[in-house]
Design a protein. Structure first.
Length: 739
């Protein structure tokens, strides 16, 4: 670079620095300014030889991050200084000890947290990314400012990503949409969340992004005109009532327009609420609520509200701290328009998140929603035995979950994610109460444990010292806190039963003159076609292995040779293969295991293809419902495997116990007298198969039937299909899937 260019760059850096001090949200004292200046000098010196991919001096990046921290997140001098030095330890010779010596332990602590996060390896597949995210959250170390500065760092990177190669842009943008936007949302940083989402879309779906941007530009004039019509009407009345306010139109974010287009399968023009009108009023704390409803009454004097779309977050704020009144009204030309009413204080909190909270809560000792949230997060992280992708999905689900507000019997208010059940409520009070829940009353009425709660419900939990969670409880809850606790208790119970089972087995084998040792345990595991010794002891403990079966093992052990001959004699060629014991067949496959390690995990069978034991299957990790199992030839398999390869798990059936499964058969043929009778006889007599439902119809000599049967595995089903095909007049028998 020439001397002149270098001189210009220095001037630009100085300008940026002045701008940083000017836009700071907090009022900076002289000592604050000194601290920031010192951090700035350290950063300038440390990065003096570095340039970014675009060719500009590296120092512009830390200043950019510090500006976001200062003005958009609204943090104070300590955080601004840490933001200026966030890359110093990672990229240069300076150490954490140097920073502590030059500044103070607090700043050193923040810089260390930021360094730890950035040392998390970057180029990884999604599940490693999830694992890193989990580690990153563990570095929170009680100081949320680390995460806030990290979000600012990410936003600045997203804003200056143009000179990067495409594949890197897509990776960083996907990660932003996957992790950072939800985090910003949860921390109440709505402005930043919107920017992150829009930029994320710009790099992950550039064509769609450009298309929406150009359409917004085209329709801007018309929209401004429309908003003006409404605001003119409202201004007149608000002025008459002496309300002090400002009014502004707010376009919907590009990302949310895209999401709406995709979710509702509509075009850009069909997305109606592409803009909202915001009324921000001046008020002291005492009159805030009163004024909000006064404005509500003025708005509804002119425009008709949609009663189902009124959102009152002033009486009960969101757990992110967001407060506002959202009214959706029918505007001119039959279009719905959202009008958001908030005081200046509420507006600041909505824009700046927690920093504004602290500003308005000076001297307040109450634990902020943030601390509560962080404690919950820590608990989830520390007790989480789930794999990382599950964890992140779970975490995000709880982040984005819409909230409901419910009451305890004493009238205390609790917030839970939408969709939470009465059992979730019990666990949210205390895990010990959750575990001992015997029943729940909602609004005085006894309800099932999986009863979905609604805002305003009052819940009473009935506990019993003898109550224990069962495996079904995992289906009754939606919050990760409850799921983790239930899983932990179930694992402990299994181990306890297995310990008792081992003692019992030792005694039973003693009677049969056999000593329990490692060799015998292995033989028994093989004999009962089990997977581990824990399975064996557990089954003995719950009594599903009977004494006679142990006697059979002892007999086989004492006379293996004799058994060998017996089995030869038993399998005489005259025996009919039709007579193979149903139990024997189902023993070959009725437990589903996952992954290379054959893990036993909770799963649901997907309703689109209803797999049954013996089918070729795979597991798919869903966001809200755990693992769903699909047949490999399921109509949806291709889509899932191509779009979400990282969420696919190997799965296969192995032996375990007797469980029954549903399959639907479609039967067509030529209608003849007695066909129905013959069909039902074949199903029930030949196969010991239960018919769950049957519907048959005849039309002009054609016979159509649909039978839902309950079978134990694929072999039995195949045999059943073969037998039905033998009936005179039957043309086709096919297994169908509900889609």
């Amino acid at each position: 670079m020439t001397e002149i260019e270098l001189e210009d760059e220095k001037k630009a850096i100085a300008r940026e620095y002045k701008e940083l001090l000017r836009i700071s949200y907090q009022t900076l004292t002289d000592s604050d300014k000194k601290l920031i200046r010192k951090a700035f000098d350290v950063a300038v010196d440390a990065h003096k030889d570095q340039r970014r991919k675009s060719g500009e001096a590296y120092i512009f990046h830390p200043i950019g991050v510090a500006k976001i921290v200062a003005s958009e997140i609204g943090l104070g001098a300590t955080s601004i200084a840490a933001a200026l030095m966030h890359d110093v330890v990672e990229d240069t010779e300076v150490t954490i000890e140097d920073i502590e010596r030059m500044f103070n332990p607090k700043i050193a602590h923040l810089v260390e947290g930021l360094t730890k996060i950035s040392q998390v390896k970057k180029d990884m597949n999604i599940s490693m990314q999830a694992e890193n995210f989990r580690k990153m959250l563990l570095t929170l170390n009680d100081d949320v400012r680390v995460i806030l500065i990290k979000i600012a760092d990410r936003l600045h990177n997203m804003q200056t990503m143009d000179s990067m190669p495409d594949y890197k842009q897509v990776k960083i943008a996907s990660e932003t949409l996957y992790i950072y936007a939800p985090l910003a949302h949860r921390l109440g940083l709505y402005n930043i969340k919107t920017k992150l989402e829009d930029l994320g879309l710009k790099y992950t779906e550039p064509e769609i992004y450009k298309d929406i941007v150009s359409k917004i530009k085209e329709t801007k004039e018309e929209q401004d005109e429309y908003i003006k019509t409404i605001s003119d009407v409202l201004k007149k009345s608000l002025d008459e009532e002496d309300v002090e306010y400002i009014m502004k139109g707010r376009p919907k974010s590009i990302y949310s327009i895209r999401r709406k287009m995709a979710a509702q399968n509509v075009t850009f023009d069909e997305v109606y609420d592409k803009f909202a009108l915001r009324v921000i009023y001046k008020s002291n704390l005492h009159d805030e609520k009163f004024l909000a409803w006064k404005i509500y009454s003025i708005v509804t004097d002119h425009y008709r509200p949609s009663p189902s779309r009124l959102r009152d977050w002033i009486s009960s704020p969101k757990s992110t701290g967001y407060e506002a009144l959202h009214i959706t009204v029918m505007g001119p030309k039959g279009r719905w328009v959202e009008i958001q009413v908030r005081s200046e204080r509420m507006d600041e909190i909505a824009e700046k998140g927690y920093a504004a909270h602290y500003k308005y809560k000076q001297g307040a000792t109450e634990e902020s929603g943030l601390d509560t949230w962080l404690n919950l997060l820590k608990e989830a992280l520390e007790s989480s035995e789930t794999n990382a992708v599950d964890f992140v999905e779970d975490f995000k689900m709880n982040l984005y979950a819409k909230e409901i507000f419910v009451f305890t019997p004493k009238g205390e208010i609790k917030s839970l994610p939408k969709g939470a059940t009465s059992l979730d409520f019990a666990f949210s009070i205390h895990s010990e109460i959750g575990i001992k829940t015997r029943g729940t009353r909602v609004n005085g009425k006894l309800v099932p444990l999986n009863h979905e709660l609604k805002s305003g419900d009052q819940i009473e939990v009935i506990t019993s010292a003898h109550q224990k969670p069962t495996i079904n409880w995992l289906d009754y809850v939606t919050t990760s806190r409850a799921k983790n606790k239930i899983r932990n208790v179930l694992n402990e119970n299994t181990k306890k039963i297995a310990e008792d089972g081992k003692e019992l087995l030792t005694r039973k084998l003693k009677h049969l003159k056999i000593t329990l040792n490692e060799n015998v345990v292995n033989e028994l595991v093989n004999f009962f076609k089990l997977k581990t010794s824990l399975d064996l002891f557990y089954r003995i403990g719950i009594g599903s292995i009977e004494n006679q079966q142990l006697k059979d093992y002892a007999a086989q052990k004492s006379n293996t040779l004799m058994n060998f001959f017996k089995s030869k004699i038993k399998r005489s060629p005259n025996s009919n293969p039709e007579d193979i014991n149903k139990q024997e067949l189902s023993n070959n496959y009725d437990l589903l295991v996952f992954g290379a390690e054959h893990d036993k995990l909770d799963y649901k069978l997907s309703s689109c293809c209803n797999p049954i034991p013996g089918d070729d299957v795979f597991g798919f990790i869903t966001i809200n419902e755990g693992i769903k199992v699909h047949k490999k030839d399921c109509p949806n398999a291709i889509t899932l495997q191509s779009n979400y390869a990282y969420r696919i798990m190997q799965a296969k059936w192995i032996d375990s116990s007797q469980q029954e499964f549903k399959a639907i058969l479609k039967i067509t043929g030529m209608d003849s007298l007695g066909l129905t009778n013959e069909l039902t006889k074949v199903i029930s007599n030949n196969m010991n198969v239960n018919i769950q439902s049957i519907s048959l119809s005849g039309d002009a000599g054609i016979f159509n039937g649909q039978v839902t049967v309950v079978v134990q595995n694929n072999s039995i089903l195949k045999k059943l299909i073969d037998n039905i095909k033998k009936i005179d007049g039957i043309d086709k028998v096919t297994r169908v899937y509900t889609n």
